[in-house]
Design a protein around this ligand. Sequence first.
Ligand SMILES: Cc1cc2nc3c(=O)[nH]c(=O)nc-3n(C[C@H](O)[C@H](O)[C@H](O)COP(=O)(O)OP(=O)(O)OC[C@H]3O[C@@H](n4cnc5c(N)ncnc54)[C@H](O)[C@@H]3O)c2cc1C
Length: 484
Amino acid sequence: MSTAAHDDRTGRHKVVIVGGGFGGVQAAKALSGADVDVTIVDRTNHHLFQPLLYQVATGILSPGLIAPALRRVLKKQRNVRTLLAEVGDIDLDAKIVHAAAPDGKHIDLAYDTLVVAAGATHAYFGHPEWAEHAPGMKSIEDARLLRSRILGAYELAEVAEDPAEQQAWMTFVVVGAGPTGVELAGQLSELARHVLPREYRAIDTRKARIILLDAAPAVLPPFAKKLQKYTKKTLEEKGIEVRLNTMATDMDADSITVKSPHGLERITARTKVWAAGVQASPLAELLGKASGGEVDRAGRLAVDPDLSLPERRDVFAIGDMVSTIDRLPGVAQVAMQQGTYVGKLIKARAKGDDTTPAPFKYFDKGSMATIGAREAVADVRGVKFTGWLGYVMWCYVHMMFLIGWGNRLGTLFNWVRSLRYARYRGHRLISVTASYDMSENAHDDESSVVSAHPDENVEHRGALDPRTAPGTPAPPQDSPAASA
Ligand SMILES: Cc1cc2nc3c(=O)[nH]c(=O)nc-3n(C[C@H](O)[C@H](O)[C@H](O)COP(=O)(O)OP(=O)(O)OC[C@H]3O[C@@H](n4cnc5c(N)ncnc54)[C@H](O)[C@@H]3O)c2cc1C
């Protein structure tokens, strides 16, 4: 094992941050100007704005607008070094983070203080095999795969001759009616009813069936009742079938079986999307075992009020991978505020302030979710907004949280264009092989195009789907709540 000398830049206090998402980046930023050397390590080279992934999946935004290079995000901060590597182990006694570079090279990062902000992934409630049939949205690769499946489904419907076959391709099921599920279902309806109809000749895309289901009795479970009712009504007006108290019990490439108060039902649907459950990064369990910390059913590590690990003042864990005593939701604002808190705490300690810090306190700025174009619900400190006003607020908040003026302006341009010009979708590039993947899954037919290009197909799957990439932790997930 080689040990990279990433640690001896200045001989100063070494802070290693694992994860360049919302929590990790805020922690690094809060350490700006501190007398410490910071190394931020992430297995991707970008900082991903997950709340807009569904817009990549439905062709509104290009991936680059919501995933700026992490290195660029932190380029002005001279005390930060960015590394592209996957963390596989952490030795809390030796104070070393073990990581692997993309070429497999081992990197050992010694630290004085460690911040772990590795986020979460999808959870399939004990059915990891469903991931293949109902991918979730957690990474740029996930969103691109979904875009290929969604738009590819219409391509396959166009060439299908049997009406039943066409309808199977034009039936979309979204599992999970939290903010992500609602936002995605809304955009699927926009695509079917407003964007695509004039582009196809053999099919009428307005006949697409979009089903949003959830085991809970209401959509947007964390929102106020009034907003839940408004959202359900608006979804139904958009032609979406909202099925509540309904849970997925089985699925395959062709269908999904659901259980509702009316019994079991098999729905023929080739495109399923998972927006239902979350599981913390496996690093949470690893830290729990090493420190004696507790891990809950969703794999989240319990942390102390100052977000450190029990008996480990030098190790902090933040964001989606932890649980705090006040059971905070897995949203970006929590991760960001925790990152800032921990960064400031480390900065104060570097200045010699060793007093016991006040516990972390979350400031809830509110929650919001879109319901297709021009419709959203927002709850800002108890004040509720719906419709166009909610949508404008949602746009403003999400645009301001994007990193970089170029990305903000590019996003705004795409939004205005998609609203003004017949809901224009400018980013509809799909991988043809991914569509053929679906065809193969659906028919298992020797004569299909897939079987004609077996090698290409396998290679493509590996490239598109992170779950098949080596070293990728556990199964995929979604966020339980959206927060402004
Ligand atoms: C589709 C979707 C929509 C969402 N919508 C909203 C919304 O509208 N509003 C809202 O507030 N929240 C939303 N969320 C939730 C929000 O994105 C998360 O709460 C937030 O990203 C958590 O921040 P984090 O820093 O804990 O983790 P993340 O932002 O996920 O960052 C984790 C980082 O760690 C890296 N990493 C993981 N494991 C390793 C490893 N072993 N080695 C190296 N690097 C690693 C990852 O690559 C990633 O960059 C949404 C989430 C999803 C998936």
